[in-house]
Write a protein that binds this ligand. Structure first.
Ligand code: ADP
Ligand code: ASP
Ligand code: MG
Length: 425
């Protein structure tokens, strides 16, 4: 008998019908002879609604209290799911992240899992239960405060539990049939990928393909847990994310040259205008940002439009950290020495990802040609060995993704990609 971890995203449990549908699926897995651990997200857009509510009472809610609020979303779905399973005549018990032994550091709103001690889950399984665990939450090791793992963090909970329980597979159930060559909400001709390596999936995830969270893929790679991303609405095979290619029929699925195109409109750009062109300036800007516990993405330095002898330094960061970054830089203005700050949240990022880039020199040129043919202006560029990313105007993103997808021959010639649920929020 094997142990499977299944994770159901918010769109799969958006309402009572969804919860009952998912409950049936879980019971099937149990009837097939598996021990089943289920990680569940908050229903539908509950997390967004709770954040909106918090912002109505305070423009910058305290991290600790926001975590306490947001974890309520997953408590609702885990309890309802356990009830629905019991209603089908099977034993189930729900657990908060803390009860399930998900131990984190104490960085509120984006805590990292540092240990998983699933003793209670094991006992529940041994007693014949299906264990339902609230995703996205844990408890901090030092202060014993409730924490959350960052948006989309239930994926990480699932993989961390799969690793701690030595599961055979971690199944991530969502509202599309797997990982596609682009977001099916933007590219109708996107193709489902049968197998993708951890490396390419990591790049796609960190470039904005929210179908899997970056930290979850990182965790899966570290513990070599295969992930199967699939739809909770269809019975189709999904996408395998693992270290080695899978077999399909009697042939092996090959590593694609280009895995896909990702986009991200959740970032903003800050430009520090009029920075003295001398050693140590960039260091003090980014030290200030790091001390505020903000992660940045792309960085570029230009000769300043303000005056000679000065430079402008631009960087991108999550929009949700914009206010905090501006406040931190303003506070340290005298120390750093700059003219002004510009904040721009009307940007978007498009990334092309594929291990084949390393050995195919024309890829970069083709990427820029596709963008230029689509009339898209590029503001920032960054690359890794297996990724090229550009920042453009937000309004150009959808068009740019489709143009690049077509230019690299990724368009499917059969069916349109299906999106079964969710609001895309
Ligand atoms: P869940 O609620 O199940 O966690 P998410 O909304 O977090 O679902 O993730 C699924 C969504 O990810 C899809 O509906 C799709 O719009 C989006 N997505 C972005 N890029 C991709 C991609 N390359 N392949 C599949 N889905 C993608
Ligand atoms: N409910 C949380 C969110 O919306 C976590 C998750 O869905 O994975 O971000
Ligand atoms: Mg998700």
């Amino acid at each position: 008998m094997g142990l499977v971890v299944q994770k159901y995203g918010g769109s799969s449990v958006a309402d009572a019908e969804g919860i009952k549908r998912v409950a049936k699926r879980i019971v099937e897995a149990k009837k097939n002879g598996n021990d089943v651990v289920v990680v569940v997200s908050a229903m539908g857009d509950t997390t967004d609604e709770l954040i909106d509510l918090a912002e109505q009472v305070s423009p910058m809610p305290a991290g600790r209290e926001l975590d306490m609020l947001l974890t309520a979303g997953e408590r609702i779905s885990m309890a309802l799911l356990a009830m629905a399973i019991k209603n089908l005549g099977h034993k189930a018990q729900s657990f908060t992240g803390s009860q399930a032994g998900v131990i984190t550091d104490s960085v509120h709103n984006k805590a990292r899992i540092i240990d998983v001690t699933p003793g209670r889950i094991r006992t529940a399984l041994d007693e014949g239960n299906i264990a339902i665990v609230a995703g996205f939450q844990g408890v901090s090791q030092d202060k014993k405060d409730i924490t959350t793992l960052g948006r989309g963090g239930s994926d990480t909970t699932a993989v961390a539990l799969a690793a701690a329980l030595d599961a055979e597979v971690c199944e991530i159930y969502t509202d599309v049939d797997g990982v596609f060559t682009a977001d099916p909400r933007v590219v109708k001709k996107a193709r489902k990928i049968d197998w993708i390596s951890f490396e390419d999936m990591l790049e796609l995830a960190s470039s904005g393909s929210k179908v899997l969270l970056h930290r979850c893929v990182e965790y899966a790679r570290r513990y070599n847990i295969p992930i199967h991303v699939r739809s909770s609405f269809s019975g189709l095979q999904g996408t395998w994310v693992s270290s080695e290619p899978i077999e399909q029929g009697d042939k092996q699925v090959e590593q694609a040259i280009i895995s896909g195109v990702a986009h991200d409109t959740s970032e903003a750009k800050i430009t520090v205008v009029g920075v003295p062109d001398k050693p140590g300036e960039a260091a003090s800007i980014f030290r200030t940002i790091a001390d505020a516990e903000i992660n940045i993405d792309m960085v570029v330095q230009n000769v300043s439009a303000a005056s000679t002898g000065l430079t402008d330094i631009s960087f991108t960061l999550p929009k949700s950290e914009g206010r905090k970054a501006i406040d931190a830089l303003e506070k340290n203005r005298a120390g750093i020495g700059f003219d002004s700050l510009r904040y721009d949240d009307q940007i978007g990022k498009i990334s092309l990802v594929g291990a084949g880039m390393k050995t195919n020199p024309g890829v970069t040129a083709d990427f820029f040609t596709a963008l230029s043919d689509a009339g898209v202006n590029i503001e920032l560029i960054s690359t890794s060995e297996i990724r090229i990313s550009v920042v453009t105007r937000k309004d150009d993103v959808a068009e740019a993704v489709r143009a690049v997808h077509t230019a690299f021959g990724l368009d499917s010639d059969s069916d349109e990609a299906v999106v079964y649920g969710g609001t895309g929020r």
